[in-house]
Design a protein around this ligand. Structure first.
Ligand code: ASP
Ligand code: MG
Length: 469
């Protein structure tokens, strides 16, 4: 029945219970599909720990990063102890885990010995890459133990990227060549490749990463290249939700979304998906399903070209941190836009993503959204970078810089439905609107407001999604 790619996120590979689910899902689907490709994240929390280890190494805190390596070893070893492996497979896995963690320690040691001022992002990328290598090997071994032909494949052998460390972009042509050489022959021979998500390599052989949550991106790029018929993202929630369920108790699963809607949702803060993963799917009209690994029988969310939603409605609301710059004078915005763009690239490896900018006779406003794939400290890093730059030319830079929230309501065809937009704004009654943007995607309206007002605003706008249930 064609080719299926399945991506398993950190929460679906983090425990023996979850891994047993993963195994039964793969066994089930490999009977239904001709070819199956798996893309795996590191176990939940592992990437954060590895990033911390790299920071500790930078501070020459040997005890600190050794402690992390020991914790990671215990956790992975405990997992394979509890899984039903035969002795050969278990011994080989244990040796692999030891070797990978030894390499990681070695790299930390080198960082600790070098008295550099800053941790090079390329070094951090290669330390952090061990997380996905560990999990892909465990899943592949689990498949072999159950008579499936699982083979772990390192992203560094196939995912060729540019050199923007921490937020790298795939080079599709070069990656296609590698996939044709390595992955396609495996699929032809009924092998199930288990590819490490998130990590890639420059043409010069230096390890990169695709941004936090980047396993989704690996999965979508590879699915497009191999011409998969569907991509399923397995996670620990029931699908794309109408709001963050930790904040909004009435948040519900959205059954269907189109590519534009889901791209806006991911970009504006729905953490389930990496924002850049939608592009490759759209080009190929490749359907995407988001499913709960603990409830495989449920349909989850289907993302495709067309959705059947009559009449148009608000489907979801998100909130994301952003940085606002304002000044009490009008005039050209070109200088500040360029400066913000350059600082963004320097501090976060992102091209300019200024999203709301407006001017009146006596003031100017600019607002930049930081994608969640940058990591939790993205806004702070950018703020620091901009403040440093401004302090070089205080007279030319009378800008006030603040963190704000951007609340986004999403619904197909929203730009053509002024009454729906009016309903969104009506929910905000007394909240001061700092800036407003109607996305060119035609399915979102974003409102910049003070951070302390955002939770309340999300809650009120979310009522609109309930009306249509
Ligand atoms: N392990 C990486 C992260 O935590 C990539 C991913 O989970 O998709 O960001
Ligand atoms: Mg994710």
């Amino acid at each position: 029945m064609g080719t299926l790619t399945m991506k398993f996120g950190g929460t679906s590979v983090g425990t023996t219970t979850a891994l047993s689910q993963v195994l039964s899902i793969i066994i089930h689907e490999s009977k239904r599909w001709d070819k199956v490709l798996i893309v795996a994240s590191a176990l939940e929390g592992v990437t954060d720990m590895l990033l911390e280890a790299a920071q500790l190494a930078q501070l020459s805190n040997q005890r600190g990063y050794r402690r992390i390596a020991a914790t990671l070893r215990t956790r992975h070893m405990a997992l394979i102890e509890q899984l039903p492996f035969g002795n050969t497979e278990r011994n080989a896995l244990q040796a692999d885990i030891d070797r990978l963690l030894f390499d990681m320690l070695d790299q930390c040691q080198t960082v600790a010995n070098n008295m550099n001022d800053e941790l090079a992002p390329s070094v951090s990328d290669s330390i952090v890459a061990v997380g996905e290598r560990l999990s892909a090997r465990i899943i592949a071994a689990l498949l072999r133990q159950n008579d499936l032909r699982g083979v772990a494949v390192d992203g560094t052998d196939i995912m060729i990227t540019d050199n923007v460390h921490g937020n790298a972009n795939p080079n599709i042509e070069a990656t296609t060549n590698r996939v044709n050489e390595i992955i396609l022959p495996m699929l032809e021979r009924d092998i199930i490749p288990v590819v490490t998500g998130y990590i890639g390599v420059t043409e010069d052989g230096i390890t990169t990463t695709l941004g936090r949550g980047g396993t989704d991106y690996t999965a979508s790029v590879l699915s497009a290249i191999i011409g998969a018929d569907e991509l399923w993202i397995w996670t620990d929630v029931d699908g794309m939700m109408s709001a963050d369920p930790r904040e909004i108790s009435t948040a519900h699963v959205i059954k269907e979304l189109n590519y534009n809607e889901v791209a806006e949702l991911a970009y504006f803060g729905a953490k389930i998906l990496h924002a850049k993963m939608i592009g490759p799917l759209t080009e190929k009209s490749l359907p995407l399903r988001i499913k709960n690994v603990f409830k495989p029988q449920e349909t989850g969310t289907l993302v495709s070209q067309d959705t059947h939603d009559d009449p148009p409605s608000i489907k979801a609301v998100t909130s994301i941190q952003a940085l606002s710059l304002s000044r009490p004078t009008s005039g050209s915005m070109a200088g500040i836009t360029k400066m913000v763009g350059n600082t963004l690239f320097k501090t976060l490896g992102m091209r300019s993503e200024v999203m709301i900018s407006s001017q009146s006779s006596n003031s100017s406003f600019l607002c930049v959204v930081i994608p969640t794939s940058i990591g939790v400290d993205g806004v702070d890093r950018l703020q620091q970078g901009i403040e440093d730059k401004m302090s070089e030319y205080p007279e030319k830079m009378p800008w006030q810089i603040e963190t704000v929230s951007v609340v986004t309501a999403i619904g197909n065809n929203l730009s053509h439905m002024p009454t729906l937009i009016a309903q969104v704004l009506a929910q905000l009654d007394n909240t001061e609107i700092l800036g407003l943007a109607l996305g060119p995607s035609n399915c979102s309206v974003s409102i910049a407001i003070a951070t302390k007002k955002s939770q309340d605003a999300v809650k009120k706008i979310h009522y609109l999604t309930l009306k249509n249930d």
